[in-house]
Design a protein around this ligand. Sequence first.
Ligand SMILES: [Zn+2]
Length: 203
Amino acid sequence: MVSLKLIHCRSGQCLVGRTGSCRHGLVDSNSVCTFVETIRNIASVKIKVGFGYDVHRLVEGNLLMIGGVEVPSTRGAEGHSDADVLVHAICDALLGAAGLRDIGFHFPDTNPGYKGISSLVLLHRVVELLAEHQWYISNIDCTVVLQFPKISPYIYDMQQHIAQAAGVAVTDVSVKATTTETLGFTGTGEGIAAYAVALISNA
Ligand SMILES: [Zn+2]
């Protein structure tokens, strides 16, 4: 909260809100120092950052959904929904930023209603939940960790699907991909992981 004393000044440039006097000599009871008003408005804007992480096992014969795009692969992710690791990480980043728990809390895998559901539907519901609490997405940045197949040809489609479900511009969604140089469970093809950060604001 701001503790500046409001100064009345027609100049619009008054910088002396803290002193209670106006160096422009334009103080009267019918005008408002717009500089002080601007400071007050900026100070009322809150921004928060959230982080999300998800992992899914890869198995023969399953679809590999990443960012709402079906990536051609002999191995796909195992899970209750469509097992979209990237969208799950994004949901957790958004929920975390808003302090609204996590994706498992809102969409438990014990609920048969979520069996096979598109994770983009879940993302859309998360965004609606944030809006109910007056939180709006500023931007999303994420990284998919996968040894194979290469997903770079599908990155732009993923960004478009995510942006559409989240109600933001595609330029506010960044998707990156990396490998772990054949190390660990992602390196051997045993699993897929994703990390995401999201910035939200109340304005
Ligand atoms: Zn998941």
